[in-house]
Design a protein around this ligand. Structure first.
Ligand SMILES: [Zn+2]
Length: 107
């Protein structure tokens, strides 16, 4: 028997998005300034950091995948690059399909 749950695409809430971008600006700027103290290599890294901050601050809202564990219904973040993972709560083996999570029975 195959049990599966729907896989959903979600975005951060407006408040979460604001917090995320503020964190990038504040900690990214601190990081870039600290990198500037390292001669040459640090300057390049700081430049890369500055671009990362701009991209993260003004870029598109990122989309995440999430789904409920088919066994225990715990809501889990899903990495689209993984094929199979174990639920951290009930340790069931879960396969990631195109648009669903499917429980794998091991026996
Ligand atoms: Zn589970």
């Amino acid at each position: 028997m195959e049990r599966s749950t729907e896989l959903r695409k979600v975005k951060r809430s407006l408040w979460g998005e604001l917090n995320y971008r503020l964190n990038w600006i504040i900690f990214g700027t601190i990081g870039a300034i600290l990198l500037c103290f390292i001669p040459v290599l640090g300057w390049f890294l700081a430049l890369g950091m500055a671009f990362a901050i701009l991209y993260k601050t003004f870029g598109f809202r990122e989309t995440f995948l999430e789904g409920s564990c088919p066994a225990c219904t715990k809501l889990l973040p899903v990495d689209p690059k993984t094929d199979v993972f174990a639920c951290p709560v009930c340790h069931s083996c879960i396969a990631v399909r195109e648009d669903s999570l499917v429980i794998i029975k091991i026996d």
